[in-house]
Design a protein around this ligand. Structure first.
Ligand SMILES: *Cc1c(COP(=O)(O)O)cnc(C)c1O
Length: 428
């Protein structure tokens, strides 16, 4: 597979470079030069089967079929579950992986891919700064993989207790580092390590950044799977933060999976809604909400979407409709899903549901009511957000083991000072 940079300045890169380097030198994002078109009839197949067909089509030039099958089998030891809620509405549950969020699909595939592509015996250190879900998904992805060492940096007292517990609980080759500072401090430390030539002579560093194509491409698998389970082209509502999930959905459509229309559902961080309206993009500082994995004021995959639509806002508007929902609406969404269908969703899933309803209503008002199946994605387990969700539903939310306190595991407390991180890594 060949990739080009969305900035068009860096040379094209092969899969190996795109996977281990994550970002081109020109500061752009890697884009696939072409996407395979899947002609095979996959109706009613399992998620794993669909994932294998797509992975083989994508990576045929880079890896053997047997190796690709192994990667898929080891990465996806959990399901994407499509549930029908009424005649028209479906939810695709993407939170059944080990970290209880959809980020497991990308993170686990990336880890397996790197493990199969790296040189034998080479030890790789993965540094991640996290403000929530990414750290635990990446940690779980690399858990127990030989010659990989993951160091998760998180800001002290700035993530929820449950999120911290989840990172600390992983253990083995995954270390939790509690930084006395902000998320920005954590990110700056990671960046400094990557720019430190002396350190990089000592050890092999790799990023598990959310912009990595190794995390993005496997997300096409569940969008494709969704289409194989339905008889008609669906309307698809995606809860968006950095827009990786939606970008993968656009790729899936290009690969032959006919999604009728996309809804980009966001919280009060509404720069994308404003862009579709005005045609001008303005990044903004992020606003804190209960759907915190979507608190993004400058979505990193926006550059990929612009490139995909050749910078045409008109082309984008034809395929994507965007809606923003505030905290009160989000809570109403959670309540409505419980009273109407008896399901308990997380705040991100509730926003995707609200986006779906908004589009259905709007299309009906215009006299062009959407008739096909309408699907929203639930990206996290409600238990991860129990403090915000429990008061809204008349059903006790069970807390899974991964989120429960575990006295044996500890994090390492560190000053927000690069010499401390460097010292720690060199001694590791
Ligand atoms: C990361 C995340 C999102 C946002 O996904 P993007 O691909 O960044 O748009 C939505 N919901 C949950 C639960 C997440 O963890």
């Amino acid at each position: 597979m060949i990739f080009y940079s969305s900035e068009q300045k860096s040379p094209q890169a092969a899969l190996e470079k795109a996977v281990f380097q994550a970002m081109p030198e020109d500061g752009g994002l890697y884009m696939p030069l072409s996407l395979p078109f899947i002609k095979e009839d996959l109706k009613g197949q399992s998620f794993q089967f669909v994932a294998k067909v797509l992975a083989k089509a994508l990576f045929a030039e880079d890896l053997s079929e047997a190796l690709i099958e192994e990667i898929v089998e080891e990465a996806f030891n959990f399901e994407a579950l499509l549930r029908q809620l009424d005649e028209q509405i479906y939810v695709l549950e993407l939170f059944h992986g080990p970290s209880l969020s959809f980020k497991d699909f990308g993170a686990r595939f990336m880890a397996q891919l790197m493990a199969k592509m790296k040189k034998k015996g080479e030890k790789i250190h993965i540094l991640v700064a996290t403000s929530g879900d990414t750290g635990s998904a990446v940690g779980q992805g690399f858990l127990g993989l030989e010659d990989f060492f993951v160091h998760i940096l998180y800001p002290s007292q700035k993530i929820s207790n449950l999120q911290e517990q989840q990172i600390i609980n992983i253990g083995q080759n995954v270390s939790a580092i509690e930084v006395k500072g902000s998320f920005d401090d954590c990110q700056a430390l990671v960046k400094q390590a990557f720019n430190d030539k002396e350190l990089r002579k000592e050890l092999s560093l790799s990023s598990a950044n959310s912009i990595s194509v190794a995390r993005l491409l496997p997300q096409t698998f569940y969008h494709a799977y969704l289409c194989t389970q339905l008889d008609k082209s669906p309307l698809l509502s995606v809860p968006c933060g950095n827009f990786g999930n939606l970008t993968a959905a656009l790729f899936a459509k290009k690969m032959g999976f006919d999604i009728a229309h996309f809804v980009a559902a966001v919280n009060s961080n509404r720069v994308f809604v404003d862009y579709l309206q005005s045609g001008v993009f303005h990044a903004k500082p992020s606003i804190k909400t209960i759907s915190n994995a979507m608190d993004v004021g400058n979505p990193s995959n926006f550059a990929r979407m612009l490139d995909f639509y050749e910078k045409s806002v008109l082309a984008m508007r034809k395929e994507i409709t965007a809606y923003s929902f505030d905290e009160q609406k989000t809570r109403q969404g959670i309540q409505e899903l419980f009273t109407r269908y008896g399901i308990v969703v997380d705040p991100h899933g509730a926003i995707a549901y609200l986006g779906l309803q908004a589009y259905l209503l709007e299309s009906a008002k215009k006299g062009r009511a959407f008739q096909g199946p309408a699907v929203f994605l639930q990206t996290a387990d409600a238990a991860k957000f129990v403090d915000d969700v429990q008061g809204l539903v008349a059903q006790k939310i069970e807390i899974p083991k991964a989120l429960q306190p575990n006295k044996e595991q500890k994090s390492l407390l560190m000053e927000a000072d690069y010499s401390c991180l460097k010292d720690y890594l060199i001694r590791f």
